[in-house]
Write a protein of this length. Structure first.
Length: 413
């Protein structure tokens, strides 16, 4: 009888996801998200150059569309801000708001801020002025002038001279509609030459728009470099994986709770004040809130859909939490989906013309319901983010708080 020797091979189980792998992939997600932010900002830069070269309704509309497109990846990057000092220290250069736009250009006659002497400076119409006792020559508007002299001039945070929102103001102008429908309506002729120029100083307005856009590209280039293999942002989250995991969770919880649910959403509703909406000139706020929520979910699931349609996947924080406490992971994933769905409802309303500034109008019960559904979902998921901290055996973290929420600065128990 012939004997058959059967060799039984057992499949070697895959190694479980490790904190080292998760933090390395988190850094890859950060770099990819900021790279897309840079690429779309460069497309905005080209659209701005086309607008300046040939101002028209078409080139202005194209520049506005490019600005909105640039916001999509950038907002998904904001989850990398809290918990990462390299990003947090830099963020004010590119996304500060609200701003006293009268610092930059012409505004309505009733505009003012008693606490800010520069709120009506209008540097576009004022090539020479005095600032903190110094004579400033702004005859030539450059990225350096904006970054080192004008931005947060006199130490006032409302003196926002650079970043997405300064560019937004220059493309749309003031939104004078209050809580009624309608965004800013700057004419393309504000960038025209000669007799076609409206509202004066069109050459300087174009110069400011060009310089601010160039500066945004420079700032985003620096942040992409910060996530390179030897960059300080990557090193900060990968040198000690436990520190890196805390950074991920701090970013998720702080953006979810104090920043998005509180400062960016509920505060505007409480005050019924369109000046509190983030993208207040373009009425794009519903999109900004939505993509912030998507960004929070991205880093937990370890996935990001890039602007070219490809998807970056890898070891996730979700896998680590699932290994430690499957119930916490399951609940948090469900709550992240629920918050994105609630923010999608706000986005859908905005896309249909019921933008954030109209939703927060006094007496708008339907708008309040849409907004509070998003706030409640974000607050709920923050408690589960805190449970994930406990499940992983990490030290407690205090998420960014907001006076507009019941427990500012609270650590969820």
């Amino acid at each position: 009888m012939r004997l058959l020797c059967v060799l039984l091979l057992s499949a070697t189980p895959a190694l479980a996801t490790t904190p080292e792998a998760v933090t390395q992939h988190y850094a890859d997600l950060g770099q990819a998200t900021f790279k897309d932010s840079l690429t779309t900002a460069q497309a905005l830069q080209s659209a701005v150059q086309a607008l300046i070269a040939a101002p028209s309704d078409a080139t202005l509309a194209a520049a506005r569309d490019a600005w909105k497109a640039a916001r999509v990846p950038y907002l998904q990057s904001e989850v990398f801000r809290f918990g990462n000092p390299v990003v947090d220290d830099w963020e004010g250069r590119v996304n500060s708001w609200p701003l006293d736009e009268g610092l930059i250009d012409y505004v309505g006659s009733d505009y003012g801020n008693e606490e800010n002497q520069l709120a009506r400076l209008d540097v576009i119409a004022t090539p020479k002025f005095t600032l903190s006792g110094r004579d400033i020559d702004a005859t030539t508007i450059t990225p350096e002038l904006i970054a080192t002299t004008l931005h947060e001039a006199d130490g006032v945070e409302a003196n926002v001279a650079s970043g997405y929102h300064a560019i937004e103001f220059l493309l749309w102008g003031q939104d004078l509609n209050g809580t009624n429908p309608g965004a800013g309506n700057r004419p393309a002729t504000d960038f025209a030459a000669g007799d076609a120029c409206t509202n004066g100083n069109c050459d300087r307005r174009a110069a400011y728009l060009r310089a601010a856009t160039d500066l945004l590209v420079q700032d985003l280039t620096q942040m992409v470099d910060n996530w390179d293999a030897d960059g300080p942002a990557r090193a900060a989250v990968t040198a000690d994986p436990q520190v890196g995991l805390l950074a991920i969770l701090t970013g998720m919880g702080s953006l979810s709770y104090g920043e998005l649910a509180g400062e960016r959403i509920k505060l505007g509703l409480m005050l019924n004040d369109p000046e509190e909406e983030q993208d207040c000139f373009s009425d794009n706020t519903h999109n900004s809130h939505f993509y912030d929520g998507v960004g929070i979910r991205n880093v937990y699931l370890g996935t990001y859909t890039r602007t070219d349609g490809t998807t970056l996947d890898g070891p996730s924080l979700s896998e680590l939490v699932a290994a430690a406490d499957p119930a916490v992971d399951s609940q948090l994933k469900a709550e992240l989906d629920a918050s994105v769905a609630a923010l999608q409802a706000m986005k859908d309303a905005g896309d249909a013309g019921r933008t954030f500034d109209t939703l927060i109008a006094p007496g708008n019960a339907e708008g309040e319901a849409i907004i509070m559904a998003a706030v409640d979902a974000l607050v709920t998921q923050t408690a589960s983010i805190d449970r994930a901290v406990t499940a992983l055996g990490l030290s407690k973290v205090e998420f960014e708080g907001s006076d507009s929420l019941d427990s500012p600065g609270a650590v969820f128990q």
